[in-house]
Design a protein around this ligand. Structure first.
Ligand code: G4P
Length: 190
């Protein structure tokens, strides 16, 4: 998606070979016009597959997932990273480890938002080693829900996530695939 690649090249900053800062349009401040185009692109790719809900993980996946859900006319379910006193009832939970951030969290969703037999679409901001996506796959399997695809805004194609998901039979559609990056150069696949 050229508009997204242009934003990455003009506003993104690789702080090293592994981490791309995109907090001026995706992770902190959000370019909603760009996110509208992102949502339309995911909706065009995943339309007609019988998808019943869009799923994301808080927090940076929410903006692209919202516009995708809007374009598809579907509800959005936000998986939580933290529970609270008011998050009660029948919960599905799994531990996800983030290698990029060096942290772990309990990925949590209420079972009532994942009905057996449904087909869901996972939308997230970044794909690195795929741990978050595998956490969602795990909870979906527990709920008896099929993951019909994974839409990623920025994929770090030099990390293993994409191949791991493809090997698990998942259709992964990434709008920008970063092949390599350094402080003064960001290269895309294709
Ligand atoms: P994985 O799920 O593919 O294995 O990725 P990993 O654990 O390595 O990273 C997960 C967290 O790190 C996610 O944020 C993701 O957005 C973020 N992340 C990964 N690579 C980059 C990068 O190059 N640049 C930036 N800016 N973020 C990256 P999160 O913990 O879910 O936080 P949030 O921003 O969604 O709240």
């Amino acid at each position: 998606m050229q508009m997204l690649k242009n934003a990455i090249l003009s506003k993104g900053k690789a702080i090293n070979r592994d981490v791309l800062l995109v907090d001026s349009f995706l992770n902190h401040q959000v370019d909603v016009e760009l996110m509208r185009h992102v949502g339309d692109a995911f909706a065009a790719y995943f339309a007609g597959r019988g998808i019943t809900r869009v799923i994301t993980i808080e927090s940076s996946g929410i903006a692209p997932a919202t516009f995708t859900a809007l374009a598809l006319g579907l509800p959005l379910v936000i998986m939580k990273k933290q529970t609270s006193r008011i998050m009660t009832g029948d919960l599905l939970q799994t531990t996800v480890r983030s290698f990029t951030k060096g942290t772990s969290y309990e990925l949590t969703v209420k079972r009532q938002f994942l009905n057996p037999g449904e087909k869901v679409l996972l939308i997230d901001d970044f794909l690195a080693s795929g741990e978050a996506a595998f956490g969602v796959l795990h909870l979906a399997r527990e709920a008896g829900v099929q993951v019909a695809g994974v839409g990623i805004v920025i994929e770090k194609a030099f990390q293993a996530g994409h191949q791991r998901l493809v090997d698990a039979g998942i259709d992964v559609y990434s709008l920008a695939r970063v092949k390599s990056m350094s402080e003064n150069c960001i290269e895309f696949v294709d």
